[in-house]
Design a protein. Structure first.
Length: 178
């Protein structure tokens, strides 16, 4: 009996490795390089602040504004997630209601990770910073860029729709780097 279990686990492991290998070989290379995030060059560039004598605002202040907006959204979602978790843990609701609350928690997690991924994709395209908010089928994007063009907005919209197929209404707002 024990040998059969080991054989099943071994065959499962081999088939999993085969599937991952086929996926890895057949998948197109992604323009995003995750290892580059942790390189020494990237860590040194984080501390750089672009300033100009004629401009009052800097990239750092835009970045701080985006961070503040991210914190607001995260605080609201954390509060909602906490309320839903409390509802799932109590005996005051039916199993169907609890399943619905649990699905809402999972959706919040999916939206959080999708927003983070979309921000990374937009940054990998070549923009300094981006702030993405997803609300059902509507996606709002704020991007720090020195130039504004319809082609750039279309490039961002295309990348977003490739990654998040539920995005039917995508709006891009450029914040000039000053």
């Amino acid at each position: 009996m024990n040998i059969k279990k080991r054989s099943v686990w071994f065959l499962t492991l081999i088939s999993l490795v085969a599937v991952i290998t086929v996926f890895y070989v057949s998948d197109k290379p992604s323009p995003f390089d995750g290892l580059k995030l942790f390189s020494d060059e990237t860590l040194e560039n984080v501390d750089l602040v672009e300033t100009s004598a004629t401009n009052e605002k800097s990239f750092a202040s835009e970045n701080n504004a985006f961070e503040e907006m991210r914190m607001e959204v995260e605080n609201k979602r954390s509060l909602l997630r906490e309320q839903l978790t409390t509802k799932v843990g109590t005996n005051d609701f039916t199993a169907d209601e609890k399943a619905d609350y649990f699905a809402q928690i999972q959706e919040l997690t999916n939206v959080d990770s999708a927003e983070g991924m979309l921000e990374l994709i937009i940054k990998s395209i070549g923009y300094d910073d981006a702030f993405v908010r997803i609300d059902d089928t509507k996606v709002q994007i704020d991007v720090v860029a020195s130039e504004l063009s319809a082609q750039q907005a279309n490039e961002i919209i295309y990348a977003v729709k490739q990654e998040w197929p539920k995005a039917y209404d995508v709006s891009v707002k450029f914040t000039g780097q000053q």
